[in-house]
Ligand binder design. Structure first.
Ligand code: AMP
Ligand code: GLY
Length: 422
């Protein structure tokens, strides 16, 4: 089989490596891929949002199956167009991808179908939002409606911060059209859990739970980033919480999407907060998380391509999805300065014996060498029979990788270890 993977980050590298394990796979194309993915797939310089070019490439190259990984092409309808061209795909169509593409859509969906989430109001003009904020409880959370590269959420600790957030999103349009509507919602507290799931709209199979570390610096200090590291499983996701999530959140969500004629097929990501009154949805993503995928897929024992094809055929109920009982940890190495400005073009040195455990996010290959080209450069994953062992192994490998100005957090998994020891 000829497989096409749309995207070019660490998540896509993890997907490509897992797909490669299937003996039926003859070749994998990554569009655009990156310098690290190039070791495992044929990278083609077509952007993930260039949907017409992606469809044309797929038709010309006899692609049997396409996996669309990032949010942008999914929201823009890449799966709709590929399917219209007769190509089987993994990923939701544009209607279903609204669950991530529009916060107004997802919040209204949760309200309509009684799915637990933070209380909220929607605003279409800044004056009304500013009026509301005068008396609303603080802290409060301001969210741009549309996609905003993961930066569209502002936790306002003061009234002034909330006002500034409203003005910059709705008046200055720092996220463009994504800010034509905003959601203002209740501030929730509690540990966060990421749960990715496979669903074909009839059956939903949650994957092993995970924990992201979003802040740039140790001790959850510094700016928000795309994710500086992950662990799986997440100790806060107990059997009791998992059962509640299945009953109160997961099944109601796929049923709600079916009722809205927006059946979701693909990987549905639940960003959850375990509050004192139970688990609540912080956000949905219409895709695999990054860097959650880099710890979840290494623990997956069942063949990934078989699961994906069963989702496409709406026969997920026939598949038994199994995960290893081990733990996994991923440490992200980033370019100094990230998530703000950073330099690129530094050579990356990775010892051969750990190459297989590296998921490259932002690097270019030139003359057989690898050079940094992004803020998050790569993720280093290790598994172990306990979380403690996985953390130790991940950091041993991380210390062996070098590039100028590299930085990483030293406490990935520390909070999870504390929770286990409680
Ligand atoms: P999102 O992009 O929706 O995942 O939001 C980014 C981060 O903001 C989340 O991972 C949470 O840590 C935080 N966040 C979002 N909504 C809320 C909320 N209602 N209360 C507290 N924290 C929130
Ligand atoms: N790690 C969070 C996300 O993929 O959006």
């Amino acid at each position: 089989m000829k497989i096409l993977v749309v995207g070019g980050g660490g998540r896509e590298h993890a997907i490509v490596k897992k797909i490669k394990e299937n003996p039926e796979v003859e070749c994998i194309y990554a569009l655009p891929g990156n310098g690290g993915i190039a070791n495992d797939a044929i990278c083609v310089p077509i952007g993930a949002k260039d949907i017409d070019a992606i469809v044309e490439f797929a038709l010309k190259n006899g692609i049997d199956y396409a996996i669309v990984a990032p949010d942008d092409p999914l929201v823009l309808g890449a799966v709709d167009k590929l399917e219209q061209a007769g190509i089987n795909c993994f990923g939701p169509n544009a209607k279903a991808a609204r669950i991530e593409g529009s916060k107004v859509f997802s919040k209204n969906l949760m309200k309509k179908y009684g799915i637990p989430t933070a209380a909220y109001e929607v605003f279409s003009n800044a004056a009304d939002a500013l009026e509301y904020i005068k008396t609303a409880p603080i802290p409060i959370v301001v969210k741009a409606d549309g996609l905003a590269l993961g930066k569209g959420v502002i936790i306002a600790m003061t009234r002034k911060e909330a006002e500034d957030a409203i003005k910059s999103i709705m008046e200055d349009r720092i996220f463009g059209a994504s800010g034509s509507q905003i959601v203002i919602e209740e501030y929730l507290e509690g540990p966060e859990v990421s749960v990715l799931s496979f669903t074909d709209g009839k059956t939903i199979i949650p994957m092993i739970s995970s924990m992201d570390h979003k802040r740039a610096k140790d001790g959850d200090k510094g700016l928000n980033t795309g994710g500086m590291g992950t662990v799986a499983p997440n100790p806060y996701y107990t059997k009791e919480i998992a059962d509640r999530c299945m009953k109160e959140i997961f099944i109601p969500t796929i049923n709600a999407m079916n009722s809205e004629k927006s059946t979701f097929k693909g990987c549905l990501y639940f960003g959850l907060m375990i509050t004192s009154s139970g688990p609540k949805v912080i956000e949905y993503n219409c895709r695999f998380g990054d860097p959650e995928t880099q710890v979840v897929l290494p623990l997956l024992k069942t063949d990934l391509l078989s699961i994906m094809r069963a989702v496409t055929k709406e026969r997920l109920s026939e598949i038994k999805v199994e995960f290893s009982l081990e733990s996994a940890v991923c440490v992200i190495m980033a370019s100094g300065g990230y998530p703000l400005g950073y330099e690129k073009g530094y050579e990356i040195f990775i010892p051969d014996e750990i190459k297989e455990d590296i998921y490259v996010a932002g690097a270019k290959a030139e003359d057989g060498k690898l050079f940094t080209s992004g803020g998050r450069v790569l993720g280093v994953t290790a598994t172990g029979s306990s979380l403690k062992e996985a953390i130790k192994a991940a950091y041993e490998k991380t210390e062996k990788i070098h590039f100028e100005n590299a930085f990483f957090r030293h406490d990935i998994g520390a909070k999870a270890l504390l929770a286990l020891e409680k």
